[in-house]
Design a binder for this molecule. Structure first.
Ligand code: AMP
Length: 212
């Protein structure tokens, strides 16, 4: 992998991007950047961007490209972005992908493939630790007993909003698979099944595709 090139972790909501991104970041040394996390931070800071973004997020709709690209430009200008970043949940539209091309080069797009039915059941059980940002699942990845009472469910993790987010994904984000396949950098990984299994597939793929 050439220094300075970024990696994209791609997939529908609930595919396990947040869960797997730490591993990829550790292997590649590229800092993880989640636009969803950045937006949630802006919402909890009560910033102007956060106020505007929340109305879209609560409905399961995409936040306008202009807002997202402003956040990405600022993030890419930071010192630790010099060797490239690991993008999680970005880009989500063709215009975002085209705008990104002008800012940094992308060496690899790891696409986690999971069917809709599995996603709905996964997201309903998803819980986040507000102190560490760690993501748990009531069934597949239970949190330690002593921290369970502080875990939170995301506002947009209700079944109705999840269905909207999935339909948004199929309409606006899924076409990015072809965009990156045509460039010869899309690598699809079966994201169903247990977390360790998916992690080891990802690890093997990254190592195989890394040039140095
Ligand atoms: P996530 O945590 O990645 O599932 O993102 C949560 C929500 O934030 C999404 O449902 C969108 O409303 C918004 N969002 C996150 N990243 C983007 C993006 N790249 N483009 C547009 N909206 C985004």
């Amino acid at each position: 992998m050439v220094n300075g090139e970024s990696i994209i972790l791609f997939g529908p909501p609930g595919a396990g991007k947040g869960t797997q991104s730490g591993l990829i970041s550790t292997i590649t040394g590229k800092p993880q950047v989640s636009t969803g996390d950045m937006l949630r931070e802006a919402v909890s800071d009560n910033s102007e961007v956060g106020g505007e973004a929340k109305s879209y997020m609560d409905k399961g709709l995409l936040v306008p490209d202009k807002i997202i690209m402003e956040l990405i430009k600022i993030r890419l200008s930071k010192d630790d972005a010099k060797n490239g970043l690991l993008f999680d949940g970005f880009p989500r539209t063709i215009p975002q992908a085209m705008a990104l091309e002008k800012l940094t080069s992308v060496s690899m797009v790891v696409s986690l493939v999971v069917q809709d039915d599995e996603i709905v059941s996964r997201i309903a059980g998803r819980r986040t630790d507000p102190e560490t940002g760690e993501i748990y699942h009531v069934e597949y990845k239970p949190a330690p007993q002593d921290i369970r009472s502080r875990l939170l469910q995301r506002d947009d993790d209700t079944e109705d909003t999840v269905r909207n987010r999935l339909s948004t994904f199929h309409k606006q984000t899924a076409p990015l698979s072809d965009f990156y396949r045509d460039k010869g950098i899309l690598i699809e990984v079966d994201g169903s099944g247990d977390i360790e299994q998916v992690s080891s597939s990802i690890e093997a793929i990254i190592k195989r595709n890394s040039l140095g």
